[in-house]
Write a protein that binds this ligand. Structure first.
Ligand code: ADP
Ligand code: ADP
Length: 226
């Protein structure tokens, strides 16, 4: 378990675009935190920098007391779930969920047991032998979450995880995501451009604009107009 501390962070792309601009942010251990804002404001770049997928140009990101800008990829206990789920199409659901454990050299029996247990928790127990192409959008999304959770990450980073779902599935997935997050008390950051989604899910919301945070607070504080 770990909170996230971002200090004076700037992420500048090689083409000179300053996607994250001297940003400070403190996310508490176990918090469900939303990054909200229009397309191009820097949400994904901030998330990717926290994940260590993008290098920080300036400043620092810490998860717990570890500076992530200095960690090896294998030491990062961060799981990121993307818009398109990024499941491996040639692997079964069980193999997909077990993949991060396999990469870490965890024993095969433990891989299988963990994958089965996590899948059951997400109502995927009957689907372990299917391939992603044989799943609905909602099932794929749950499988991607299961993989992140099975990896026993400390921090879950979600980039528009519900955006490809239809309206009904999205509501279902919201409820599910909130329940899962509460049960695991995983520090979770999710990116969205959907106000309603941020309002429904988040403990706190940061509204970004041009690489900076313009507003920060609980959904009530952010959306209440005096
Ligand atoms: P958001 O997730 O809020 O849509 P992004 O973080 O994707 O915002 O993008 C922030 C800014 O950085 C935008 O101006 C975008 O065009 C630019 N950008 C994103 N990725 C790259 C990249 N790989 N190279 C150069 N510029 C990028
Ligand atoms: P998002 O859904 O986060 O807004 P985009 O459609 O902006 O994503 O970006 C898709 C991909 O293109 C990302 O990998 C991003 O890093 C890259 N990208 C975005 N803007 C630029 C840019 N100006 N130059 C180079 N790559 C970019």
């Amino acid at each position: 378990m770990a909170g996230i501390t971002v200090e004076g962070l700037s992420t500048v792309y090689p083409n000179g675009v300053r996607a994250v601009d001297e940003l400070d942010l403190e996310i508490a251990d176990g918090e469900l935190f939303a990054l909200l804002g229009p397309s191009g404001c820097g949400k994904t770049t901030l998330l990717r920098t926290i994940a260590g997928l993008e290098g920080a140009t300036d400043g620092a990101v810490a998860i717990g007391d570890r500076d992530v800008t200095r960690l090896q990829p294998g030491d990062r206990r961060v799981a990121m779930v993307f818009q398109d789920y990024a499941l491996f199409p040639h692997m079964t659901v069980a193999e997909n969920i077990a993949y991060p454990l396999r990469v870490r050299g965890v024993a095969k029996s433990v891989q299988q047991e963990t994958a089965a247990r996590t899948a059951r928790g997400l109502s995927l127990g009957e689907l372990l032998d299917r391939r992603p192409g044989q799943l609905s959008g909602g099932q794929q999304q749950r499988a991607a979450l299961a993989r992140a959770v099975a990896a026993s990450a400390e921090v879950l980073l979600l980039d528009e995880p519900l955006s490809n779902l239809d309206a009904r599935l999205r509501l279902e997935a919201r409820t599910f995501l909130k329940k899962l997050q509460r049960e695991l008390a995983l520090t979770t950051v999710f990116v969205t451009h959907d106000q309603a989604e941020a309002l429904a899910l988040a403990d706190r919301i940061a509204v970004m604009d041009a690489g900076r945070i313009r507003q920060l607070g609980t959904p009530r504080e952010v959306f209440q107009r005096p």
